[in-house]
Write a protein that binds this ligand. Structure first.
Ligand code: SAH
Length: 245
C-alpha cells in the first residue's frame, strides 16, 4: 500500500505534495521521461560554465545526445567533448553548442539557417527554440542520416538540405538567425546578404590549422556590427558539395 507523506515534513512544502513511499521500500522518485543522471549533471555543468538562458538549458537537457553520436560513443555522450561522426567530421562539444546557441538567441518566431548539419545535434537543439530550422550539409551521407534521426525524434520543424551552405538558401531568405558550425577564414558575403536586418549570425572565424574565434554579427540598416567571443576549434567550412559521400 502506498502512503502519502505529509507535506509539513518537507522544507519546501509547496513543492512536495506528490511524494509517495512504498511500505518497506525506499521512496520512489519519478524520473521525468527521457532524463537520466548523466543528463542532469550535463546541464548542471553547462550552468557552472556560464550558460544562463533557461530555454537553452532546457533544450540541451531535452535533446538526447546519445542518438547523435556513433554507437561506440553513446555511453560517453554527456561528456563535454567533441566526438567523431561519419565522413571524417565531428559533433561539436556540448558547451560550444550551448554557448553559440545562447549568443544566437533564437526565438519562437524565428527561422534559423544552420550551415554544417553534421550529426544534426545543433539543429535539434535549435528546433526546440525556433519556429523553423533549415540546415545545410555538403555530405549527402550526413544529410540523409541527420534527416532520418530528426524525423525519428519527431523534430518536424527542421528541413535538411544537401548542398553548399556557403551559398545559403536564397529561396528561403531572409533568415532571422544564421549559425555556421564550420570555420571560415572570413564571413561569407552570401550568408550576410541572407540575414534579415536586426538578425544575428554566429560563426567561428579563422584558419583550419589554428584555434578560431566565435564571432557574433548583428546586421544593421547600414552594415553589420561584429563582436569577438571565445576561442574554439571547428572543422573547416569547405566550398561545394562533397563529391563521393
Ligand atoms: N553542427 C554539427 C557539427 C558540425 S561539423 C553537429 O551538431 O553535429 C561541421 C559540418 O560542416 C561537417 O559535417 C561538414 O561536412 C560541414 N560543412 C563544411 N563545409 C560545408 C559547406 N560549405 N556547406 C555545408 N556543410 C559544410
Amino acid at each position: 500500500m502506498a502512503r502519502r507523506v505529509n507535506a509539513r515534513n518537507n522544507r519546501e512544502p509547496q513543492m512536495s505534495a506528490k511524494v509517495h513511499i512504498e511500505e518497506g521500500s525506499f521512496a520512489v522518485v519519478p524520473t521525468p521521461p527521457g532524463h537520466n543522471v548523466d543528463q542532469m549533471k550535463f546541464v548542471l555543468d553547462l550552468r557552472r560554465r556560464g550558460i544562463m538562458d533557461a530555454a537553452v538549458l532546457r533544450a540541451m537537457e531535452e535533446v538526447p545526445r546519445e542518438r547523435f553520436v556513433m554507437p561506440a560513443h553513446a555511453a560517453a555522450a554527456y561528456q563535454d567533448r567533441a566526438m567523431p561522426i561519419a565522413c571524417g567530421q565531428t559533433i561539436s562539444q556540448p558547451f560550444v553548442v550551448a554557448y553559440m546557441t545562447e549568443k544566437l538567441a533564437p526565438g519562437p518566431r524565428h527561422h534559423v539557417l544552420e550551415v554544417g548539419t553534421g550529426s544534426g545535434y545543433q539543429a535539434a537543439v535549435l528546433s526546440r527554440l525556433a519556429a523553423r530550422v533549415t540546415s545545410i550539409e555538403r555530405y549527402r551521407a550526413l544529410a540523409d542520416a541527420a534527416r532520418i534521426r530528426l524525423k525519428a525524434l519527431r523534430y518536424d520543424n527542421v528541413d535538411i538540405i544537401h548542398g553548399d551552405g556557403i551559398a545559403g538558401a536564397p529561396e528561403q531568405a531572409p533568415f532571422d538567425r544564421i549559425i555556421v558550425t564550420a570555420a571560415a577564414e572570413s564571413v561569407p558575403q552570401s550568408l550576410l546578404d541572407q540575414l534579415a536586418v536586426g538578425g544575428v549570425m554566429v560563426l567561428p572565424l579563422g584558419s583550419a590549422e589554428a584555434p578560431q574565434t566565435v564571432v557574433k554579427i548583428v546586421r544593421t540598416e547600414g552594415g553589420a556590427e561584429r563582436t569577438n567571443l571565445i576561442t574554439v576549434r571547428f572543422v573547416p567550412l569547405l566550398p561545394g558539395q562533397a563529391r563521393d559521400l
